[in-house]
Ligand binder design. Structure first.
Ligand code: PFF
Length: 470
């Protein structure tokens, strides 16, 4: 293939599945349920849903339509419309470059757990301290991280149509079936003595019913911000990825419809992941077990699988297989963005660039991996959380760069090139853009304000100001 020949998805479904593959990942299966558990179940769900339909829709529409209209990768898309804004392209390029390094480390952890369940070692994985001793080891996490990177690079190397699209077409429907299966199984669980028995269905009500107990304005605000940053990460917006994927979409595809499908798919998987994890954790550990936060997937869940008896190993295996696929389709989208951008800059072939990017990512990932061993340090982030190297890079990309890029993108689209630039593209295929008025209002007024708030909050500035005000 000529290096500069533009790749495309074969049609709407291919695009939807590949974009959904990028969106559905560790964020949906691990982060969403833990946030929902922490933030009062139904209340979080409700807020998240409203945000997806308004805010998520606005950002996703902007990225994809902008990509298709300019037919350029993120790096050049902004500059091709307004020269003075090309810096924004470079800024968006930074995010996948940073995310790639730590996402493959988490991917490596997932592969490790998959291997453990595959070899019948589920019991060992459920022991206290297992996870920590694994990630702090000098060699094993590095090996699994590199393995995960190899898989990712292989799919990217094969290109858009034969690699990404084909892979997503098989994996995404399979993932949905698996997740529905485990979720139903979760609801049938029960444990404890007869009088203090907890059931999966009770767990479901903990998940679904809003818990307004002790709700204050500041607590509401906290839930809102949690939901918003989750939305970003989950939809893979504001990091150039959806701009790149948008540039691969053929002109005749009905974008409105395709985007709605992506939103629905992403939200559905997150919702089902909650339905699969929260009732199970509730049955075995009660409501206290749900506050374990980030360790939910690697520490609490193996205990749940073990408590299920012999069958638990099988469920554990299915679960980690599914998470591995979800993580892989996401990391493929991250690497694809890096490769596609660099192909344009350096005018080289996909093959060559995939190799170079994979190598560079490998070096950086190993450094991050050793952040729990050789390069261990701990510092306090501006928002007060303690962080190691992985948390630090995660913070820089998600809490700092992403809201900032979104804010600038909203200003750029809403006020510089004007929302019509996007809505014309949405209607270019001859299909209606039903949420046009809402889009205009959101991109000009609501989204920039929300982004600014998110930005000052996550940088710790908001907390500092509130403290000053007493
Ligand atoms: N959206 C993915 C998830 O929810 O896990 C994560 C992700 C993919 C983040 C691609 C960033 C990205 F560029």
């Amino acid at each position: 293939m000529h290096p500069n020949k533009k790749s495309t998805f074969t049609g709407s479904l291919g695009f939807v599945l590949a974009a959904a593959g990028s969106a559905v990942g560790v964020g949906n299966i691990w982060r969403f349920p833990y946030l929902a558990a922490k933030d009062g179940g139904g209340l979080f769900l409700l807020i998240y849903l409203v945000l997806v339909l308004t805010f998520g829709f606005t950002l996703l529409t902007t990225d994809v339509a902008f990509g298709r209209r300019t037919k350029k990768n993120a790096l050049q898309a902004f500059g091709s419309v307004r020269k003075e804004w090309s810096f924004l392209g470079w800024l968006t390029f930074l995010v996948p470059a940073i995310i790639m390094t730590y996402y493959s480390v988490i991917g490596g952890w997932i592969l490790k757990y998959l291997a453990v369940y595959l070899t019948g070692g589920g019991d060992a994985a459920s022991q206290d301290g297992y996870f920590t001793s694994f990630i702090t080891a000098p060699v094993a996490p590095v090996v699994f991280t590199l393995l995960f990177l190899c898989f990712t690079a292989l799919v990217v190397y094969r290109g858009v149509e034969k690699g990404i699209e084909k892979f997503s077409r098989i994996v995404m429907p399979g993932l949905l079936v698996l997740i529905v299966g485990i979720a139903i199984f979760s609801l049938t669980l029960r444990s404890g003595e007869a009088e203090a028995q907890r059931t999966g269905l009770e767990g479901l009500s903990v998940y679904l019913l809003p818990n307004f107990e002790g709700l204050t304005v500041s607590r509401f605000f906290e839930v809102l911000l949690d939901a918003m940053s989750q939305l970003f990460f989950s939809l893979s917006v504001s990091m150039g990825i959806m701009i790149t994927y948008g540039s691969y979409v053929k002109d005749e595809v009905n974008l409105s419809q395709a985007l709605s499908q992506i939103e629905i798919f992403d939200t559905l998987v997150a919702f089902l992941a909650g339905m699969m994890i929260i009732p199970a954790v509730y049955v075995f550990f009660g409501t206290e077990g749900m506050t374990s936060g980030p360790s939910l997937m690697f520490v609490s869940l193996p205990k749940v699988f073990q408590a299920m008896g012999g069958f638990g190993t099988l469920v554990g295996l299915a679960f980690f297989l599914m998470v591995a696929f979800a993580a892989l389709t996401s990391s493929v989208s991250i690497m694809e963005t890096l490769v596609a951008n660099c192909m344009e800059i350096f005018h080289t072939s996909r093959r060559r660039m995939s190799g170079i990017i994979a190598l560079l990512s490998a070096v950086c990932s190993v450094v991050i991996c050793l952040g729990y061993n050789l390069f261990y340090f701990e510092l306090t982030l501006p928002n007060g959380q303690a962080a190691q190297m992985l948390d630090l890079v995660d913070y820089i990309s998600n809490s700092f760069l992403m809201p900032f890029i979104s804010l600038l993108t909203c200003i750029f689209v809403g006020w510089v090139i004007k929302p019509e630039f996007i809505s014309e593209e949405m209607e270019a295929s001859g299909h209606p853009f039903r949420r046009k008025k809402m889009y205009r209002f959101m991109i000009r007024y609501v989204a920039p304000v929300m982004m600014a708030v998110l930005f000052v909050q996550s940088t710790g500035l908001l907390g500092a100001v509130l403290k000053l005000l007493g």
